[in-house]
Each structure stands twice: as C-alpha cells, then as structure tokens.
Design a protein around this ligand. Structure first.
Ligand SMILES: [Zn+2]
Length: 327
C-alpha cells in the first residue's frame, strides 16, 4: 500500500464517531493481505471500534472491486448450497416480522433482491437500493420490488416512510455510518425497526484467528463493530436495541471454517474462492483444496459446535441487531 496514504491514515486525529474519543487508534492486527496490498486493523482504545488502515477512497475501492471477482455478485454457489441459503433467507424474513409491523421495507445494498422478493411474497411493500451498475440499466421494478440505483445519500425518501429498514452485511462497508443511522431513523416510522447485520470483531472466531479472520475482509470492510459499540451508536440516535442475535447459520460456521483454514497457513480464502467457482488455481491450490475436503468430516462439525458455543457466550462471529425508533 502507498506509504503516504498509510501515514496519513495512521495520523488521523478525527474523533471516534461512536464514543467521540479523540487521539490515535491502538494497533490491532498488521499485514492483512489482499491482492498484493497490505492492510492493518486498528482499534479505538475506548469503545473498541475497528478501522481498516489505509482507509481507501471510494475511487480506489471501486477500482479494486472492478478488478476482482466481487464485481459480479450474481455468481452463485453450487445448487444444493443455494437451496440451503434460500431456507436460511426465509429465516431472515421471519425474524424481521417477529419484531417489525408488516408494511413497507427498505433493504440497503439489496444485491440480487432475494430477501426483498421473499418479503414481497409475504405481503410487504418492498424497496431496494443497490450500487451495482446493472440495476441502473435494468432499473425500476423486479416482480413487484421497487429497485433503485445508488446508496441512501443518492435516494431521498420521505420522513417516516418505512416500517423496517435492513442492512444485511452492508453497514461495515459504509463510509459515514453515523449519518446513515440518522438517515435510517428519519425515514423510519415511529416504532419502525432498523436491522443491522455485521461481523462481530469481538467474536470468539475473531479472537481465535486474529488477522486470519475471514470477516475482516480488507479493504472492503471499512469499520469493524461489536454488539456493544453498535448498540452505543444506535442508542446515541434514540434507537432502542430490542434484540441482538449471535448465531447465523449462513455466516458463522463458515466464518470459523474459513478462518481456521486461513490460520493453518492455506492461501487466504482459497476454499471460499473455490466455492464461488471463481478459482483459477495452480496445481498446488487444487492439492490444498483436496486436503481441505479430507479434513471436512472433522472441520464441519467443529465449526458448527464452535459457532454454537460462541453464540451461547454472546460472542457470535456475526451479529444481527434489531432496534426500534422511539416515539
Ligand atoms: Zn470509540
């Protein structure tokens, strides 16, 4: 990474947007590699918020997105895995409905709109925002779901418009999270529900695997949250946290599995790339993947048990936070 940029970031004196503490961040993990560049994760000594350093400009991030497999988010996992993922997604709908009143829902960073299509089928009026250029071209409606190109800052909704606003693994990508929380509050009806799902930097899997943790995902994840500091941020904006979930079948066992493989010294996220059929590997890579498959009968149950254990101790690998707008 450019030395100058790293230096500028290291010396950032701006206050923490959660706890308002001023001053330097404490060092956490160093030398996380992605596409030949190296990143550090630093933490606020007061509230534990993690920050990816260097904190790349939107232009540079966009360049990296478009030069990697991440550009194409329509890549699907193999069939049976997709079927499991779909069952799990229905769970998302049920969980939102257990907290929110049925009405209008906005999903920020909705991707292929899988979640919104399910919600629409369950009687919700569904809206989605997505930064993928293909939405701009296709635009408009997708089977009853209103899709808009861009982020919250590009699409202004009326005050008190939504019953639920959801961000599934999107919040950690946001450049100005405090503004986003405030904007979500504005567009939520009184009593409306904000749902934020993020990786948990205080999780057991993050602590056990350190810089190898799958969900640090530099440079794409700009900030790294915990249940505590996320609650603090929401409550500072008069959003009352009513539920925090520490188990995700979709994310947590896999997070453990991939992080342990990374920690063992396999090439970072090799198995993940292989699953997404994006792998153009060497003979050595294929040998490693074969070794991983041989280890699966042990690794799969271990990852599942560890994920259940971390959830029991409220240290889940990813968390879902449900908060209500007061009033
Ligand atoms: Zn802080």
């Amino acid at each position: 990474m450019r030395k100058k940029e790293r230096k500028e970031n290291a010396g950032r004196k701006s206050a923490c947007f959660i706890c308002k503490r001023e001053g330097e961040l404490r060092s956490g993990y160093e030398g996380l590699e992605f596409e030949g560049a190296s990143y550090d994760i630093r933490f606020c000594p007061s509230c534990g918020l993690g920050v990816t350093v260097p904190f790349l400009s939107p232009e540079r991030l966009k360049k990296i997105y478009s030069s990697t497999y991440r550009e194409d988010d329509s890549t699907r996992f193999p069939g049976p895995l997709e079927a499991v993922i779909n069952i799990v997604r229905t769970g998302r709908c049920r969980r939102v409905e257990s907290v929110a009143k049925k009405g209008r829902v906005l999903d920020i960073g909705c991707g292929r709109a899988d979640f919104l299509l399910l919600m629409e089928g369950r009687g919700w009026e569904a809206f989605g925002l997505e930064l993928d250029e293909r939405i701009r071209e296709r635009g408009g409606r997708l089977k009853g779901v209103e899709l808009k190109y861009g982020g919250l800052e590009d699409n202004r909704f009326p005050d008190a418009f939504f019953d639920a606003v959801t961000l599934w693994h999107v919040f950690e990508h946001l450049r100005d999270p405090a503004w986003a929380v405030n904007e979500c509050k504005r567009i939520l009806k009184p009593g409306g529900t904000l749902v934020i799902a993020v990786p948990n930097a205080r999780s057991l899997q993050a602590r056990m695997t350190g810089k190898h943790w799958f969900h640090f995902d530099p440079p794409f994840h700009l900030y790294h949250y915990s249940a505590l500091n996320l609650r603090r941020l929401l409550e500072a904006h008069s959003l009352k946290v009513v539920k925090t979930r520490h188990f995700s079948f979709e994310y947590n066992p896999y997070g453990f599995l991939q992080s342990i493989f990374n920690r063992m010294g396999f090439k970072a996220n090799l198995f993940y790339d292989f699953l997404r059929s994006r792998h153009r590997g060497t003979a050595e890579d294929y040998f490693c993947i074969a070794v991983m498959f041989i280890m699966m009968p042990l690794m799969l149950p271990a990852s599942m048990l560890l994920s259940m254990a971390e959830a029991l101790f409220r240290r889940g690998g990813t968390i879902e936070v449900y908060a209500k707008k007061q009033g």
